[in-house]
Design a protein around this ligand. Structure first.
Ligand SMILES: Cc1cc2nc3c(=O)[nH]c(=O)nc-3n(C[C@H](O)[C@H](O)[C@H](O)COP(=O)(O)OP(=O)(O)OC[C@H]3O[C@@H](n4cnc5c(N)ncnc54)[C@H](O)[C@@H]3O)c2cc1C
Length: 520
């Protein structure tokens, strides 16, 4: 184990708290990039840090963030014997753990119990079909371990159930349902009791000669600032989609679009300034997962999504009143190439319109036992300007601002396919019950909702954070959505149930951070 000695100018702090089994306090060696005791560097103030730094304490591993990735990193590092401090900017731990209900797994016992034949090899072979990209080493590691990781989660108190079919998971059902009966953070960390610093935001790395040796932090309530030392830091701070500057820089085509957020409010790239200061590179930050199934919540701040649960018998039309896609596509993240310019409307009618419901607001799964479901009249009562109800298609088109003739022709062509059981222009074969032949006719103006970051900070498949030229930054690891879910890069259009990859990557990074700290 090694420790970093930090000083305040001419007033050395000779009594830094240390882990119980630590040896003598030492300062860093400029040449070393692995754990173990080090020699003198002469620079004990942090390579990128002008001011001297005093650590309040020093541990083996610091974990930043208490979502799925941070939780998994914490317990894995502690299982290896490391001392751990966890920083969480919010007042509560584990908010992200409460959100995810669908988890990807290939070759699981739950699939077998449901008669689904599957294997990691089959999922890896299908990966290009699922995401549009070949399976990187990190993807292969994740998929190979996805079933065992679900078992690990179940052993830690998660309730895992059989899989559901989904577009983004390949030819067989791989999306399992997962939940926590009780508050997941205490359930998951029972018996570990890491030091948890809630309401404390990690702001900057403390570096010595290019090695990360600790973090600076700020208490979000009191404003108190300080620094804590560690042999390794795991950044597990989640996605960045609520940071529009980052999103616009990653995908300039989105800069002019109205977008909604289908993400946790804390997904604003809180760890990225830290990683930037440490000199981290990025890997395909433009791989952003978006859905087109949301409208602005009139009761919430700008950008908040009401997620529409689209009924059977709903067509999507563009600003000209033409269909542009097989509507099944709206369940997929794969959007950029297929999203038409201008506005998109979902159209349904008759009894199907009664099944059009909205979840409010998406992220409030955190605080609600059951998400609040709203109906079309509820949305109208809230004063939404995104919903239109009329007795006939032509009047609806006029109300929405679509060309009535084009719109009516679009519905006629679709309904003909539904009544005759033939394939429509997109190869879909709608059933008679899916006809959009009202009344009433309902149009919802749908806005792209930013859902997940499938690109992020550059890492290797072991969780080491890399510079833009691919070198490891000693002492720095990352995990979870901040890495784009999959260590070493996933790529492509993303995949549903990626939170299993967040847990998995937390285990990998937490384990390797502990190994570094313990000199293994
Ligand atoms: C409503 C909803 C439903 C979802 N459903 C699914 C689903 O069914 N399946 C699925 O796979 N995914 C789902 N997701 C996405 C999934 O929740 C995220 O991908 C996942 O939580 C990411 O995990 P993470 O640990 O990487 O980050 P997060 O869970 O975002 O956790 C990061 C934590 O880091 C903290 N943090 C950030 N910056 C700092 C800082 N500087 N200092 C200290 N702390 C910091 C944040 O406060 C946060 O608690 C859903 C998301 C939402 C909003």
């Amino acid at each position: 184990m090694w420790l970093f000695l930090a000083c305040t100018g001419d007033q050395p702090k000779d009594q830094i708290d240390t882990p119980a089994d630590s040896g003598p306090v030492a300062d860093t060696d400029s040449g070393e990039d692995s754990g173990g005791d080090r020699g003198d560097s002469g620079d004990d103030t942090g390579g990128d840090t002008a001011e001297p730094v005093v650590f309040d304490t020093t541990v083996d591993v610091i974990v930043v963030g208490t979502g799925p990735a941070g939780a998994a990193a914490t317990v894995t590092a502690m299982d290896a014997g490391a001392t751990v401090i966890v920083f969480e900017r919010e007042e509560e731990a584990g908010m992200g753990m409460r959100l995810a209900g669908l988890v990807f797994g290939a070759g699981t016992r739950w699939q077998a119990e449901d008669g689904v034949e599957d294997s990691p090899e089959a999922a890896i072979a299908e990966w290009p079909e699922i995401t549009g990209a070949n399976a990187s080493q990190g993807v292969q590691d994740f998929v190979q371990n996805s079933a065992a990781n679900l078992e690990w989660l179940a052993a830690k108190g998660a309730e895992v159930e059989g899989p559901m079919e989904d577009l983004d998971a390949g030819s067989v059902a791989r999306l399992h349902q997962m939940g926590w009966e009780d508050d997941p953070w205490p359930t998951f960390t029972e018996g570990y009791e890491p030091e948890l610093r809630l309401g404390v935001e990690v702001t900057e790395p403390v570096m010595a000669d290019g090695v990360v040796v600790g973090v600076r932090w700020r208490d979000t309530v009191t404003g108190e600032e300080g620094a804590t030392g560690a042999a390794a830091v795991v950044v597990a701070t989640g996605g960045f989609l609520r940071n529009r500057d980052r999103v616009n820089a990653a995908v300039p085509a989105l800069a002019d679009r109205e977008l909604l957020y289908e993400t946790n409010p804390s997904s604003n790239g809180g760890g990225l300034p830290f990683l930037d200061l440490a000199g981290a590179g990025s890997l395909r930050p433009e791989d952003i997962g978006m859905y087109v199934h949301a409208l602005q919540d009139p009761g919430e701040a700008e950008g908040e999504a009401l997620v529409a649960f689209m009924p059977d018998g709903m067509v999507l039309v563009d600003k000209d009143g033409n269909r542009f896609i097989d509507e099944e596509w709206s369940k997929s993240f794969d959007l950029f190439d297929r999203l038409p310019s201008g506005e998109v409307y979902g159209i349904t009618s008759g009894p199907n319109a009664e099944n059009l419901t909205f979840m409010r607001p998406a992220y409030n799964w955190v605080v609600l036992d059951e998400p609040e479901m709203l109906t079309v009249p509820d949305i109208e009562d809230l004063g939404s300007t995104d919903i239109f109800v009329e007795e006939d298609p032509s009047t609806l088109a006029t109300a929405v601002g679509l060309d009535p003739d084009t719109f009516v022709a679009t519905l006629d062509a679709y309904n003909t396919a539904a009544y005759t059981g033939t394939a429509d222009a997109f190869g879909r074969e709608p059933e008679a019950g899916e006809a959009v032949d009202g009344p009433p006719f309902v149009a919802v103006r749908l806005t792209p909702g930013l859902a997940k970051a499938f690109g992020g900070v550059a890492t290797d498949a072991s969780g080491h954070v890399l510079t833009p030229t691919g070198e490891e930054i000693p002492g720095l690891f990352a995990a979870g959505e901040v890495t784009g879910m999959v260590l070493g890069g996933g790529g492509g259009d993303g995949f549903s149930g990626s939170v299993n990859a967040c847990y998995w990557s937390g285990r990998v990074s937490g384990g390797n951070a502990a190994a570094r700290a313990l000199g293994e």
